[in-house]
Design a protein around this ligand. Sequence first.
Ligand SMILES: CC(C)(COP(=O)(O)OP(=O)(O)OC[C@H]1O[C@@H](n2cnc3c(N)ncnc32)[C@H](O)[C@@H]1OP(=O)(O)O)[C@@H](O)C(=O)NCCC(=O)NCCS
Length: 176
Amino acid sequence: MREGLVIRPARAEDCDAIDGVIRAAFAATGFGHQGEAELMRMLKADGDAMVSLVAAADRAIVGHVLFSRMDVEADGRAITAAGLAPVSVAPAQQGQGIGDALIRAGLRDLREQGVAMSFVLGHETYYPRFGYSPDLAARFASPFAGRHFMAMMLDSDASWPQGGRADYAPAFGRLG
Ligand SMILES: CC(C)(COP(=O)(O)OP(=O)(O)OC[C@H]1O[C@@H](n2cnc3c(N)ncnc32)[C@H](O)[C@@H]1OP(=O)(O)O)[C@@H](O)C(=O)NCCC(=O)NCCS
């Protein structure tokens, strides 16, 4: 990761800067989907944000990642799980390992909190490097089922559940 870059927990006063990074990152994808900034605000307002980190360079915020509480049942038991979304890096700063550093730091924080699983809906060439697997997610009933839906056990020694159900926080259902 680039020298001088700091990964730290997001603070209340970072909100507008995070919003700017999310909007710029998603606008640059060409999909024109701008709902992620609103999603982040709703997740925080609902108290469903579990880990929210920023990447700061010279005090400017250049990246952000949020993990939010999910409602997950594995082999008939409720377990703690966090959904990764959104993750964004300012377009001019992409491809330098900032997204990688944010995601790894977030997963470390979740492990420290004793969270059992994480899920992500995203590109199947990017997320497996962190340990996410479409085969594990396929064991869970979800409206997002498909190869883009991936999951990981945060304790790498834990055995995979046989089956279950995975639902994102209510804010995802309110996304326009
Ligand atoms: C996805 C994102 C957060 C990655 O951050 P980053 O700092 O650019 O990523 P890193 O430098 O850590 O990693 C670069 C790698 O990610 C890959 N990558 C970046 N965006 C990708 C995408 N949308 N799909 C697939 N791979 C992607 C690059 O090809 C590169 O792969 P390589 O290491 O095999 O060469 C950033 O590109 C971004 O903000 N994109 C727009 C918003 C977005 O699509 N968010 C994810 C929604 S699922």
